[in-house]
Design a binder for this molecule. Structure first.
Ligand SMILES: C[S@@+](CC[C@H](N)C(=O)[O-])C[C@H]1O[C@@H](n2cnc3c(N)ncnc32)[C@H](O)[C@@H]1O
Length: 560
């Protein structure tokens, strides 16, 4: 055996996990001390079931069910893959003739491919940018106990939903931001509705299996399909080395999704961060800001000792036509002039003057349905301004308490209210609004926003939603509650209190329909008064066209 062959040998013999090592060391001479062999073990990470990785487990079950398979039929020998280089090569290979069967909630294709080790077995393979019906070639590059990850190499037969001529961005197919640019918009909306259907199937099985869910409504389209995102955060990396000085400008842009090669019309350079000059889902002023900040970075990158994120947040100044106005601090062009974009408001004698703010503590303004909202540029605010009138109107129309008599008072509790978007836009239909929010900073803005919009019936409290009901004195049978929690959803403490409070209506808005479905199931089936409610409607809103994301609004009402 030559020296090079020697080097290629596996580091350790391929011992199965749990196998008695003595079997391999039998014989007297084996009593001698053997050098300790370090074997790598697969460590499963704790995952939130409602995160994309958690949802994937349900999606794997779905594809297995479809083929009458069980998990053993697709399992991978992780001990072997981690400890045996030749096994690794066998697993991480190119596979052709792969049929994409499902789309995950993360917007990736899911397929079954032959197992590299056992002819009777298969593997579940994730194929980013693969669409249901595509026949593709993939390169498997990472293995997990029940699935493998791959890059899309080429598309041999295109799915009927694929139309690559629709692609609007030269980085689509490698950038991790968009998944659906090559799908007609109507079809994107259908995919998103399917995500909601599946979320309730996976996370609300009791309600789903007992026909206690309404038909999921059609997804509400975004008025803007591109150029809608009012916030972008391009970033860059600097290698971590002592006294390291950057010689060339690092890539500034967004994370890449593997190393796919399927786009034959453009060559997208590799890199964990793609260098992106323009993002077609960002608003015009955000892209002007991106150009300005890239030019500045070109001059200043040597100053950076570590990677960073650049904030680009749209700021909207409402200006009466013909009135003089001064622009606040914002991104400037190479000549030091503040960049701005003007938009006329139809039928009104005012215009919107938009700039791009880069400082996270700076106060910015959004204009929604005639209301203005101020908040810190780095804080949460919905990122697609164009769909906000439709969403806020929908929420408002669903707060009405059934069988109300003329003149009867009615109240609104807006849990997780942020800087007051729903409290304020829904305030004119109700006697009093109480907004609750954990961030004191956001509450200050909610109060300020109520004042600026001449809203006098709103009160905002700093506190955890889980602790609010003690301090809320509105009669529950005349009160509707809005929930708009972060991605992880509500906790059981909150849902129990909500059930004890027993409001007349609940409108639950969510950017993670999986945690929403879990919470709705738990609220109705596990809380004291949950049985008094039914799910009146569920509808998706497309805040992020071209991507897999969908927001969902579920309305719960009291049974008669
Ligand atoms: C998805 S945002 C919604 C904000 C607001 N409804 C809007 O649309 O602008 C969720 C908000 O919940 C707040 N939050 C997070 N955990 C909370 C908790 N336990 N109690 C109250 N608010 C919380 C966050 O600070 C954030 O403002």
């Amino acid at each position: 055996m030559s020296a090079t062959e020697e080097k290629k040998r596996p580091i350790t013999p391929p011992i199965e996990e749990g196998e008695n090592k003595k079997q391999h060391t039998g014989g007297k001479e084996q009593q001698k001390k053997q050098p300790k062999v370090h074997r790598r073990k697969y460590k499963a990470k704790d995952i939130d079931q409602t995160s994309p990785m958690g949802v994937l487990q349900f999606e794997i079950d779905a594809i297995l069910n479809e083929h009458n398979l069980v998990k053993d039929d697709v399992s991978n020998n992780m001990s072997l893959i981690l400890n045996d280089e030749s096994a690794q090569q066998k697993y991480h290979r190119v596979v052709s003739d792969v049929k994409i069967e499902l789309l995950t909630s993360n917007g990736e294709g899911l397929a079954l491919i032959p197992h590299p080790d056992e002819s009777k077995k298969n593997q579940v393979c994730i194929v980013p940018f693969g669409l249901p019906g595509d026949i593709v070639t993939v390169k498997v590059f990472k293995s997990h106990p029940l699935y493998v990850e791959s890059d899309l190499v080429s598309v041999e037969t295109e799915a009927s939903v694929r139309d690559n001529s629709l692609i609007n961005c030269s980085y689509f197919g490698k950038c991790s931001g968009c998944q659906y640019q090559n799908v007609e918009y109507e079809q994107q909306l259908k995919f998103k509705r399917e995500t909601i259907v599946n979320a309730y199937k996976f996370f609300a099985p009791v309600l789903n299996n007992n026909n206690r869910l309404p038909e999921i409504r059609d997804t509400e389209p975004s008025p803007l399909k591109y150029r809608y995102r009012t916030k972008l955060t391009p970033h860059f990396n600097v290698p971590y080395k002592k006294n390291f000085v950057l010689e060339t400008r690092p890539n500034l842009g967004f994370g890449s999704k593997g190393r796919p090669t399927w786009r034959k019309d453009v060559e997208i350079p590799d890199g964990s961060i793609l260098d992106i000059e323009e993002c077609t889902i960002g608003t015009p002023i955000i892209n002007i800001g991106m150009k300005n900040e890239r030019a500045r970075f070109e001059q200043e990158f040597k100053k950076y000792k570590k990677g960073a994120t650049i904030l680009l947040r749209e700021d909207t100044n409402v200006v009466n036509n013909g009135e003089d106005f001064e622009l606040k601090e914002a991104s400037t062009d190479v000549e030091g002039k503040i960049s701005s974009v003007e938009v006329n408001i139809e039928g009104e004698n005012k215009k919107l003057v938009k700039t791009c703010v880069t400082k996270s503590r700076q106060i910015v303004t959004e204009y929604v349905n005639g209301y203005t909202f101020e908040f810190s540029a780095g804080e949460f605010f919905q990122n697609n301004n164009s769909i906000l009138p439709a969403v806020t109107n929908y929420v408002k129309s669903n707060l009405a308490i059934p069988n109300s008599k003329e003149g009867e008072p009615n109240y609104l509790v807006d849990a997780y209210c942020g800087s007051g978007l729903f409290s304020i836009t829904c305030s004119d239909n109700v006697s009093k609004v109480i907004g609750v929010e954990v961030s004191a900073d956001s509450v200050k803005f909610a109060e300020r926003n109520a004042k600026n919009n001449n809203i006098e019936n709103a009160l905002f409290l700093v506190g955890k939603a889980e602790q609010i009901f003690g301090s809320i004195d509105t009669p529950s049978n005349r009160t509707s509650v809005i929930l708009d929690p972060p991605r992880k959803g509500c906790d059981e403490v909150f849902l129990n209190q909500l059930s004890d409070y027993h409001p007349a209506k609940i409108v639950y808005i969510s950017c993670n329909v999986h945690s929403q479905a879990r919470d709705v199931e738990w609220f109705i089936n596990n809380t004291e008064n949950g049985k008094d409610y039914y799910v009146e409607s569920i509808k998706g809103f497309d805040f992020f066209p071209q991507t897999h994301h969908v927001e969902s609004v579920a309305v719960l009402a009291l049974k008669n």
